[in-house]
Write a protein that binds this ligand. Structure first.
Ligand SMILES: *[C@@H]1O[C@H](CO)[C@@H](O)[C@H](O)[C@H]1NC(C)=O
Ligand SMILES: *[C@@H]1O[C@H](CO)[C@@H](O)[C@H](O)[C@H]1NC(C)=O
Ligand SMILES: *[C@@H]1O[C@H](CO)[C@@H](O)[C@H](O)[C@H]1NC(C)=O
Ligand SMILES: *[C@@H]1O[C@H](CO)[C@@H](O)[C@H](O)[C@H]1NC(C)=O
Length: 448
């Protein structure tokens, strides 16, 4: 098998992580300057508000409530929480999960996407069963009470086996659109997420565009706003499929896209089966071919659109465990390892965040990959490598998304979080608006 392809050449040893030492080294001078700048802006905003409204009690209350300070990487940042500044915190919730959607979760969101719905061969949409249908009604009504937008997904099923054939046939596509509209009306939904993973051919993309256009046309006739969103797998753009401009058309039609920045390493990915690594490295990677990571994907989409406002950066809190990982020659080089196939097959498994402790993973004592900004647990005896997200890696991702003016975050998914919603809480409290102009593209786009 291919040998280990280490990128860090020794400079990035794993370290045992704790909340004290896992932060970035601070850059004091710059942050103090930024801090002063924001304080000045804040003072200006408060001053102007007081002058224009004269209602000091009311204004003060609002300002205090919506501007929050928090410390990350030791640099103080003043930002507005997403819910108060027009950014999105979207989460997926499975209708059949024994882990129920709660009011507490909804209080941290702006949008919830309920799934799955199944597209039948004839184009109609159906629930999996009566119980999921009941849950759907209940969750939509809970979301409305919490002032959270309730969307349904047109499929959300991993196989999405009928969508290509249905959208390719104008009659069936109309049945699908009518079926969606029926549900939007019956449940007074706020929107629909078109889930198609993955469009494979040019025709698929053209049919996806046709579906989005058909839906948008009907939605535009409503007096209330009906949201259209779409889930994009990163491969559609990063793998240079040649359909980038078609993907761009889809984004132009819809209101926002959930950009799946995960799944950059996995044994099911062609030519990368053996590469062991985090599903969503914020930076870095194996360095084979090209480094696909959260940063490069968000940069590509932002530059493609010349805007980051419609982009929701997806975080997947499910952990992944690789089996049969090749022990490194040097015990300390555990960052970018590779695996062996067993009987010709690579294996591993997904584990929900909420189950890690009970399955024997001591998540509080994980190692830290500073290059990718993700934790991991390497079991040399069993040759198992667990890659996951925790509070620290999500803080890093939320800081990144806030500072890069990304329009939203999509949380995949609620049932995987623990009963205290530890990880959703990080998203809620660490993602928001930084600085004055949120429409600026914070990437260098020349070289993309
Ligand atoms: C193992 O790797 C570490 C860090 O990359 C290095 O400091 C050490 O010298 C290496 N040990 C051996 C035996 O090569
Ligand atoms: C479409 O198929 C589903 C199930 O396969 C069936 O229940 C439904 O009646 C069909 N609808 C039409 C309009 O044929
Ligand atoms: C990108 O958008 C900005 C305004 O947001 C505009 O000034 C700039 O010309 C645009 N760039 C391109 C390449 O269209
Ligand atoms: C923490 O993990 C390291 C190796 O990853 C191990 O050597 C150490 O014993 C663990 N500490 C505790 C308290 O479990």
């Amino acid at each position: 098998m291919a040998d280990a392809t280490n990128t860090g050449a020794g400079e990035s040893d794993s370290m045992i992580m704790s909340s004290e030492n896992a932060n970035d080294a601070p850059k004091p001078k710059k942050s103090i300057k930024m801090f002063q700048f924001f304080v000045m802006c804040l003072a200006l905003i408060i001053g102007l508000s007081l002058m224009s409204f004269g209602a000091s009690r009311f204004v003060n209350f609002n300002v205090e409530k919506s501007i929050v300070r928090f410390t990350m990487g030791n640099a103080p940042i003043i930002y507005e929480p997403a819910r108060d500044c027009g950014k999105r915190i979207t989460a997926w919730s499975h209708l059949g999960s024994p882990v129920r959607l709660t009011k507490q979760q909804l209080s941290m969101l702006t949008h919830v996407i309920l799934y799955p719905m199944y597209i039948q061969e004839n184009g109609t949409l159906t629930f999996e069963d009566e119980e999921q249908k009941k849950n759907f009604a209940k969750y939509v009504s809970m979301a409305k009470k919490s002032n959270v937008k309730a969307l349904m997904s047109t499929d959300g099923h991993y196989e999405t086996k009928n969508i290509a054939a249905v959208t390719a046939n104008a009659e069936k596509r109309k049945v699908l659109v009518d079926s969606i509209i029926l549900l939007v009306n019956e449940y007074q939904l706020d929107g629909v997420d078109v889930y198609w993973k993955y469009p494979k051919t040019k025709e698929d993309f053209l049919n996806l565009i046709a579906l989005c256009k058909d839906l948008k046309e009907v939605f535009d006739q409503y007096s209330r706003r009906i949201i259209l969103s779409h889930l994009i797998p990163p491969a559609s753009i990063t793998a240079n499929t040649g359909y980038v401009n078609l993907q761009k058309k889809v984004i132009e039609i819809v209101d926002f896209v959930n950009v799946d920045v995960n799944g950059n390493y996995g044994y099911w990915i062609k030519d990368r089966e053996h590469l062991v690594g985090p599903a969503a490295p914020l930076y870095s990677g194996h360095g084979v071919g090209w480094n696909v990571n959260v940063n490069t994907i968000m940069q590509k989409f932002s530059c493609l659109m010349n805007s980051s406002e419609k982009l929701n950066m997806m975080v997947n809190i499910d952990s992944f465990r690789w089996d049969n990982v090749i022990r490194p020659v040097n015990d300390t080089e555990t960052l970018w390892m590779t695996a062996d196939p067993e009987n010709g097959k690579y294996t591993g498994r997904w584990i929900w965040w909420r189950d890690l402790n009970s399955k024997g993973y001591d998540v509080k004592n994980a190692s830290w990959n500073q290059e990718s900004r993700t934790p991991y647990i390497w079991n040399s005896e069993k040759r198992e490598y667990l890659s996951f997200e925790n509070e620290i890696s999500l803080q890093e991702k939320m800081k990144y998304a806030s500072e890069k003016n990304i329009g939203g975050v999509t949380f995949w998914e609620l049932r995987s979080d623990d009963d205290s919603n530890t990880l959703l809480e990080v998203v809620k409290s660490k993602f928001g608006c930084v600085g004055a102009d949120r429409t600026i593209v914070k990437y260098e786009c020349e070289e993309v």
